[in-house]
Ligand binder design. Structure first.
Ligand code: AMP
Length: 417
């Protein structure tokens, strides 16, 4: 049975906590953004304050073998500083039995990168490029078999399991999902995970209407399932960014050199038709800031999105689009935003995305519930200093997308089962 972190008695217990400390490091191994570390602190501190000890586990990057640049050793000091106690380090996550057993109440141990073992992801490594299907199958079976031992060893360190790693909740990995079965009556979500789940429920299950979703980004193909699921939920759907041009082209517009996916045109038309059927208002960008090359220094002009001249490409939403979108956003009671509405990495084309961030903050001030998810939108909100002026900023990119597609996330399901 699933437990609750607030009511669970941690006194004298060892908690193994899956966090997402997959933070960006510079070439001197300094942390350049410690948001994920800070957001896990309430959970870790709760266990320590309750008289328990914590065994912290995470992945860092995508190592294919043991590699110093992916070692969690680089972040131990910073985690100690944030937690307020010296954090011990186990330099092999599979050989931490003695260190875990020696933990006293109030103490913390960080395990080395779980992905130094292929068993964490349960995917074979080092297969020859020309491996036959049979060889691939055998390698997969072998890693799945040793994955059980890997997970059992991790589970043996602790009395209870807490999953606080929303960023990897969409992965059915050893530490994010499989381990939960070793703690049938002692498994729970941490505060960060609880917050993320509540935020998702606030938009997918309990949304106040009017509900507007703003979906941007480069490609329709990567957000198709999100768009389809959103049609079942929202009153207004704003489609921005590179993906918008596939829709404009589908409607017969001229899009010049703008990013688009011809093969997705049938799906785009289907989405438009379904929206009409369901009474969902679709707002594409009506005016576009176009450039004569994909560069911050390019020449630019504002044109209607369906009349982009040859040789020019759409780079950002124009002010007329932003004005329409702003009215929609400010008249909504729930707003979900995922994906930039322009090439916001270039200062010349960041205005649209930064304006959306500002509109969301304003809508929140007027009482709307606003959820921002996805790395780029989160970066925009943070850059504008609005992270605490929207209702919730998600820590999960891929996990948030899959949740918005309506999928059950394995990391969540394993604790609830
Ligand atoms: P995604 O990874 O699909 O969420 O898309 C994010 C990327 O979309 C960002 O890197 C943006 O620069 C890019 N993007 C947004 N609008 C455009 C556009 N009009 N043309 C090309 N790329 C875009």
């Amino acid at each position: 049975m699933q437990q609750n972190i607030d009511s669970y008695d941690f006194n004298g217990k060892r908690a193994i906590v899956r966090v997402d400390f997959n933070v960006p490091l510079n070439d001197k191994f300094e942390i350049t953004d410690d948001t994920r570390i800070r957001r896990a602190m309430p959970t870790l501190k709760k266990v320590l304050a309750g008289g328990g000890s914590v065994i912290i586990m995470s992945h860092l990057g995508r190592p294919k073998k043991v590699e110093d640049k992916f070692s969690l050793r680089h972040i131990v000091d910073h985690v100690s500083e944030c937690l307020g106690v010296p954090v011990q380090f186990a330099d092999d996550c599979q050989k931490a039995q003695a260190q875990a057993a020696a933990l006293k109440p109030g103490e913390a141990l960080l395990l080395e990168n779980l992905r130094f073992y292929a068993e964490e992801e349960g995917k074979p490594r080092g297969l020859a490029e020309d491996a036959s299907d049979d060889e691939k199958k055998a390698a997969k079976a072998a890693v799945k078999a040793s994955q059980k031992e890997f997970v059992k060893t991790l589970a043996s360190y602790a009395d209870c399991y807490i999953n606080d790693a929303f960023g990897t909740a969409h992965r059915a990995h050893g530490s994010t999902a499989l381990i939960a079965s070793y703690f049938p009556d002692d498994k729970m979500f941490g505060y960060l995970m609880e917050g993320e789940i509540k935020a998702i429920d606030n938009v997918l299950k309990n949304a106040q209407h009017p509900f507007t979703a703003i979906i941007g980004g480069s490609k329709v193909s990567s957000k198709l399932a999100v768009l389809e699921n959103m049609l079942e939920k929202v009153d207004n759907l704003i489609i921005g960014g590179g993906m918008g041009y596939t829709f404009v082209k589908a409607q017969g517009g001229r899009i010049g050199n703008s990013l688009h996916e011809d093969e997705l045109i049938p799906q785009a038309l289907e989405i438009l038709a379904k929206a009409e059927e369901k009474g969902v208002n679709i707002y594409l960008s009506k005016q576009t800031l176009v450039a004569d090359e994909f560069s911050n220094e390019a020449r630019t002009q504002l044109v209607p999105s369906s009349e982009i001249p040859d040789g020019w490409e759409g780079m950002d939403a124009g002010p007329e689009s932003l004005a329409v979108w702003k009215d929609v956003i400010l008249s909504s009671k729930t707003v979900l935003w995922n994906g930039p509405v322009g090439v916001f990495e270039m200062s010349a084309f960041a205005n649209g995305t930064l304006t959306i961030a500002r509109d969301l903050a304003e809508a929140t001030g007027k009482g709307a519930y606003t959820l921002v998810g996805g790395g780029d939108s989160v970066a925009a909100v943070t850059r504008m200093g609005f992270a605490d002026k929207v209702s919730y900023v998600s820590t999960g990119g891929g996990a948030m997308l899959e949740a918005l597609e309506g999928k059950d996330l394995p990391g969540i399901a394993a604790v609830r089962e």
